[in-house]
Design a binder for this molecule. Structure first.
Ligand SMILES: Nc1ncnc2c1ncn2[C@@H]1O[C@H](COP(=O)(O)OP(=O)(O)OP(=O)(O)O)[C@@H](O)[C@H]1O
Ligand SMILES: [Mg+2]
Length: 430
């Protein structure tokens, strides 16, 4: 019997690579829809296992939909998956077009465009920070004066990701610059020039994400993840750890909001990653939802801590087969992201961990000699590594110790000379 083909919308990145490898290992032909530039960045392993590809332009989604659908029909594609946040709406539309399991295309924008998300959450009664869509200076002034917003507040782009262009603003003085930063953070396939930004009430508390899989509208939560995030105006993730056990009443409240958010975003057949902030009173605010597996190696954490084969499970969901979601291990895993303390040119690196016992995954992505940024968005990560083991405190301690050993040297880049501090070697603790 010929197995259905599996199509990845964008095969870039470690998560897509693992998914492609899992599908190929099960005997599926794996296809990728990609841009020309995106394909050039695929590694040899991924290129080697692809049965075919369709080159398209994701910035023109209607055309991309037609091109990918006709390719998929020709090649017997029976499952469509993406781990690219920017393509989840296109994935839902494509699934509907092909008649394969997928999310509700009529609601899929709510998991991508944060203005649509805020509207969908408000309509469904999901607890989320009060949000105002601002088009111009007058709109910004009136949003800042709205007592439902207050200070601090958060100014963010509509369709951003990776914390790019998100600023926590403590007073009206910084708001115009924050709005400019949000406008400048153009999404991966956006053409830019969108004058609108979001002004959002600040939710105080501890940040978590909930990793879930929904099949035929029934949701299983795989794990709650604690997020390490920098303080200050730019909130950049420095690590994730799982599984977290919340007090039962808090967990129930979090799951209730997450499930409401999943329904509001039309998630019927896919992974989701829902970010929440739990306040001191145990109440939870949903910051955002993505109709995809979490990025930042959270899939690897789930696999190692809980023994769930998330890649196989994602495939099963996409193919409408029963997915094995019960944990087969009860360990703990954490990832640390390495960032540069300042912008400049990376001249040396030492002490970055290697894979070995308890360190199942490492990824270094910055080139020596290349420019690096101070952490203002997740894209500024230089590398990451995962630590896993049976005991949470030991795993956290080991991850922190490994991070302290990482040394980089960053010199002023020629174009930045005069704007950055002189070169010095520094530890890269978050
Ligand atoms: N309303 C809010 N209240 C408090 N903190 C917030 C709020 N909105 C955003 N943040 C902080 O800013 C970070 C980035 O915001 P958000 O998740 O909306 O952006 P993003 O670009 O989608 O990020 P990512 O893709 O990294 O998840 C959050 O993880 C959180 O730390
Ligand atoms: Mg986020």
């Amino acid at each position: 019997m010929t197995l259905p083909g599996v199509l990845l919308l964008d095969g870039a990145g470690p998560e897509a690579g693992l998914l492609a490898a899992a599908a190929a290992a099960r005997g599926h032909q794996v296809h990728a829809a990609t841009t020309a530039a995106g394909y050039a960045d695929y590694g040899p392993e991924l290129k080697g296992l692809l049965a075919g590809r369709v080159v398209t332009d994701f910035a023109r989604p209607d055309r991309a939909l037609d091109e990918i659908a006709s390719y998929a029909r020709r090649r017997g594609v029976g499952a469509v998956l993406t781990v690219n946040e920017y393509l989840t709406e296109l994935a839902a539309r494509l699934c509907a077009e092909l008649g394969v399991p997928g999310n509700d295309p009529g609601r899929a924008r709510a998991a991508r465009d944060k203005a649509a998300m805020a509207e969908a959450f408000a309509a469904a009664g999901v607890r989320a920070p009060y949000t105002v869509l601002v088009r111009d200076k007058a709109g910004l002034r009136s949003a800042l004066a709205d007592p439902r917003v207050g200070f601090p507040c958060v100014i963010k782009p509509l369709s951003g990701a990776g914390s790019a262009g998100v600023t926590v603003v403590s007073g009206s003085a910084g708001a115009a610059a924050a709005a400019d930063a949000a406008r400048a953070a153009v999404g991966m396939y956006d053409v830019g020039g969108n004058p609108r930004v979001l002004v959002q009430a600040y939710a105080a508390g501890t940040e978590y994400s909930v990793e879930s899989l929904t099949q035929d509208g029934a949701t299983t939560h795989l794990a709650v993840t604690r997020k390490q995030v920098t303080g200050g105006p730019k909130r950049v993730e420095t690590g994730h750890s799982l599984p977290v056990s919340l007090p039962p009443a808090v967990e129930a409240a979090v799951y209730q909001e997450v499930e409401a958010a999943i329904r509001a975003a039309g998630i019927r057949h896919s992974a989701s990653h829902t970010e929440v902030i739990v306040g001191g009173d145990g109440r939870c605010a949903v910051i955002e939802i993505g109709a995809r597996l979490a990025a930042g190696q959270i899939g690897v954490l789930i696999q190692h801590a809980l023994g769930i084969d998330v890649w196989a499970a994602l495939l099963d969901v996409a193919l409408a087969r029963p997915a094995a979601l019960d944990p087969t291990a009860c360990g703990y895993a954490t990832v640390r992201f390495v960032t540069s303390p300042r912008a400049g040119r990376l001249t040396s690196l030492c002490g970055f961990p290697k894979t070995g016992p308890g360190v199942p995954f490492v990824r270094w992505r910055a080139a020596i000699g290349g420019t690096v940024d101070e952490p203002g968005a997740n894209g500024h990560r230089l590398g990451s590594f995962v630590v896993t083991g049976p005991d949470a405190a030991e795993v956290e301690g080991r991850a922190d110790a490994l991070l302290r050993r990482v040394r980089i040297r960053v010199e002023p880049a020629p174009e930045n000379t005069g704007q950055v501090r002189p070169a010095r070697t520094s530890a890269i603790a978050p």
